[in-house]
Design a binder for this molecule. Structure first.
Ligand SMILES: C[S@@+](CC[C@H](N)C(=O)[O-])C[C@H]1O[C@@H](n2cnc3c(N)ncnc32)[C@H](O)[C@@H]1O
Length: 201
């Protein structure tokens, strides 16, 4: 009973923080966002050059780096200096040399390359101050046909309590307005949908 109550409190706190841009370090996160399955669904392969927008403290970043390997690179972008410092610290401690941190701007991820194979955004879209402008600027960093992989919380049940998350419809409308077309969605995660987009042709 006590354990269940504690877990409810932790989940509520993490959802509220996620809505404000902070993700609580949750010990069970990999059970409901299994990184390897997300990377499989996204099609992440060795040698890819990937931009991760809003990488936070690097929940997915290190899995991406491992998967792309020595021939690939992960550009971990955020507007939080402390998040990026945490990623650099962990990379240094663990001897990971294929992650490059990138301080972004509100409307522009400022990735240092313009032919990325993929951009990944986990729980970021709903945190962006000006999402349409950001998504529009993002196009300049993508190779032709490169996917943009967006992971967002399913809000049909939770939105009344956590209005910071976007509804499925708001997500679709925002990205469409930014000039992307939906390639497919993946719905195997218990709490989230994975949206895979490309620049509209
Ligand atoms: C809810 S957190 C998710 C962090 C990480 N992706 C994860 O799943 O743990 C949202 C992140 O988006 C970042 N963010 C908000 N606006 C941004 C912007 N304009 N450009 C880049 N990152 C941004 C925040 O600083 C925060 O680290």
């Amino acid at each position: 009973m006590v354990k269940r109550r504690l877990s409810m409190i932790l989940m509520t706190a993490s959802l509220i923080l996620a809505g404000t841009g902070i993700v609580l370090a949750e010990t069970d996160r990999e059970t409901w966002q299994p990184p390897e399955q997300i990377l499989d669904a996204a099609g992440v392969r060795a040698g890819m050059r990937i931009g991760e927008a809003g990488a936070g403290t690097g929940f997915l970043t290190f899995h991406l780096a491992k998967r792309v390997g020595d021939e690939g690179v992960v550009f971990a972008n955020d507007i939080s200096a402390s998040g990026l410092a945490a990623i650099r610290g962990k990379a240094e401690r663990d001897g990971v040399s294929n992650i490059v941190t990138v301080m972004g701007e509100i409307e522009d991820p400022v990735f240092p390359e313009n032919d990325l194979d993929m951009v990944v955004m986990v729980y970021v879209l709903h945190c962006l101050e000006r999402p349409v402008r950001f998504m529009n600027n993002l196009k300049g960093y993508l190779k032709s046909g490169a996917p943009v992989v967006i992971v967002e919380r399913n809000t049909h049940h939770e939105r009344a309590h956590y209005p910071a998350f976007m509804t499925n419809r708001q997500i679709l409308e925002t990205i469409q307005e930014s000039g992307y077309e939906l390639v497919r969605t993946e719905t195997f995660l218990p709490r989230d949908t994975i949206y895979i987009y490309q620049i509209a042709r």
